[in-house]
Design a protein around this ligand. Structure first.
Ligand code: ARG
Length: 279
């Protein structure tokens, strides 16, 4: 009896050990398979969900094509190629620029292309692709006032307008300390304010300025290098990997497309085509 109890006890103990070992190794495996591959998720869905703010011509803007309202522009050319390389379709969510990274964090979109500059603050919360376009910043003023801004001190004496949540807004309010600058959510509203004399100057990217001075009357690019000290670069933003999501293949795919387009000379061609579309 005593012996039997002992054997039973030993067997029980052995069984428990086996099941414990089984549990922990099974648990490890389970954890690994729980890490989703973002690229695979996108391929499975057949759709790349793109967040943008389509009021930033020539990067992204609305245009009626064949009777249909479409989001077009430089970033659209770029992201269509990225999606093509992944074998999926593009689906846009259009929103205010300052809401884009929040939407990315909340998984409402897979990627953000919005002429977005990968600055240090943003890099703390999301991952960026390689930079696919570099531009400078300029000042847009009323026609005839092209020489009104020689340096940043001249800018401080004027009513300055910038787009809310942008690197230009950071530069003007932070670097230059112009805290009372007008900050609006959409570029066209800033252009209207400049035309109506509510503001004297808009600090924005050069390509954006070039197209807007063509499309709005009585405004011009100022003869000034103010704004130049911060580059207007553009990169795609994606959600950072965590213990549930691995974005590395996705990021690589995006970067491969950027490198391919650059090698094929298509990036510059697309900017030219976007400027044509925006006229
Ligand atoms: N490059 C600037 C930034 O990242 C401005 C981008 C504005 N883009 C837009 N779609 N409105 O802050």
């Amino acid at each position: 009896m005593k012996g039997l109890k002992k054997i039973l006890g030993l067997t029980l103990a052995a069984m428990m050990t086996i099941s414990l070992v089984g549990c922990s190794s099974g648990g490890d495996k389970g954890d690994k398979t729980e890490v989703a591959d973002k690229l695979q998720q996108i391929k499975d869905a057949g759709v790349l969900k793109v967040g943008t703010s389509a009021e930033y011509s020539p990067y992204e803007f609305h245009k009626v094509v064949d009777g249909e309202d479409k989001i077009v522009g430089f970033d659209d050319f770029m992201v269509q190629e990225m999606a093509k390389d992944m074998g999926v379709k593009v689906e846009y969510t259009d929103m205010d620029f300052d809401g884009l990274l929040g939407a990315l964090q909340a998984d409402k979109v897979d990627i953000v292309l919005a002429g977005m500059t990968p600055d240090e603050t943003r890099k703390k919360s999301v991952d960026f692709s390689e930079i696919y376009y570099t531009n400078s910043n300029v000042c847009i003023v009323s026609k005839g006032k092209e020489d009104s801004i020689k340096n940043s001190n001249d800018l401080k004496k004027l009513k300055v307008g910038v787009q809310k949540g942008t690197t230009q807004a950071d530069y003007v309010t932070g670097d230059l300390g112009i805290t009372d600058a007008t900050q609006l959510k959409k570029m066209p509203d800033l252009m209207m304010d400049l035309q109506n004399g509510k503001i004297d100057v808009i600090v924005t990217g050069k390509a954006v300025a070039e197209i807007n001075v063509k499309n709005y009357k009585n405004i011009a690019i100022g003869n000034s290098t103010v704004g130049d000290e911060v580059a207007e670069t553009a990169a795609a933003a994606i959600k950072r990997s965590d213990d549930k999501l691995d974005n590395s293949a996705f990021l690589k795919s995006v970067n491969d497309t950027i490198a391919r387009l650059d090698k094929e000379g298509k990036t510059d061609k697309y900017m030219q085509q976007a400027l044509e579309l925006a006229k």
